[in-house]
Design a protein around this ligand. Sequence first.
Ligand code: LLP
Length: 385
Amino acid sequence: MKGQFPLDKFLNKETPFYYYDTALLRQTLQTIRAEAGKHDNFSVHYAVKANANPKLLNIISMSGLGADCVSGGEIQAAVNAGFAADKIVYAGVGKSDWEINLGLDKNILCFNVESIPELEVINELAARKNKTANIAFRINPDVGAHTHANITTGLAENKFGISMNDMEKAIEAAAQMEHVRFTGLHFHIGSQILDMGDFEALCNRINNLQQQLETHHISVENINVGGGLGVDYLHPNRVPIPNFKAYFDTYAQHLKLRPGQKLHFELGRAVVAQCGSLITRTLYIKQGTHKQFAIVDAGMSDLIRPALYHAFHKIENLSSDGSCETYDVVGPICESSDVFAKAVDLNKTHRGDCIAIRSAGAYGESMACQYNCRKLPQGYITEEL
Ligand code: LLP
């Protein structure tokens, strides 16, 4: 056992694999339940895109959270894992007909609609089934977030949502259609956000929009503020559970909910990032001209975040307490961007050592691919080791 890792149980496992600490996941879910539960009418959905491993989905669904899905595949995975259909919301700029039909057949809570052409298709497909789809409009609030450019979504230049100027036109269009029912507004400004001021800015924007709608006698039953709460990638041991209290309190304090209005959240990363690590083994130590490389058996096909966003993940050698040396930790894939970290200090590593790449529970396994004809990594939870 090193830190919280059952190293002895890793020894007979083929690497690389994801390891999920379910005690931490349960504690995180418990914290979410306690903190959100302090506020009337707060409803939390888990953003399935962060990690759709069925074993995690089961634990999360049992904790009572709803699900936020972005594809038919995710709707199916959520239903299979026991999420109640009436707690499933479905967003995405490009919903295919079969995906909309699946949502209609399962009677999901809400379609978050991103354009008027999409609204027309949902209305038509619902009419064929003689159903009425609950819809919310995803509004692009043009609020920036202090995070990586690839993961901000709420700026006017992004492809997401309907612009604020077109909001009323969209609501009026829905009112003319028989098979959709307008039930709310949906927003999402970005991901890995640690500055509560960004969420406060979203609250202020929503307050103004609500006022504007009320002058036109339009009322809204549901407000969905998306997700985005970040985690501490630098200190996974010191801050294993994000500050959910500050997050929910920010909305309670700044968003002016109307009586009876329900507030929905779609949290992904904050739920699962810290409970997951990618476990890999050192294959070779290679001396370069000015540096040494630790070549490990995981690659960017298993965890793409460092290559795609230059994301930082803390790396630890679980097998050694030897004095620290500096390495570039790289994978076996034929791409120069297949690098997990440059110039990091690790306890001296040898061939066969187990290495943990931390905070990899969100957007790790779910973004893995088979580039170079590699196998997809397995995911193990504590109980099954
Ligand atoms: N709701 C909507 C509409 C979203 O687009 C997203 C994430 C979420 C909720 C969940 O956001 P979270 O709470 O996890 O921040 N692959 C990137 C992150 C992409 C996020 C996309 N949208 C990464 O690895 O950092």
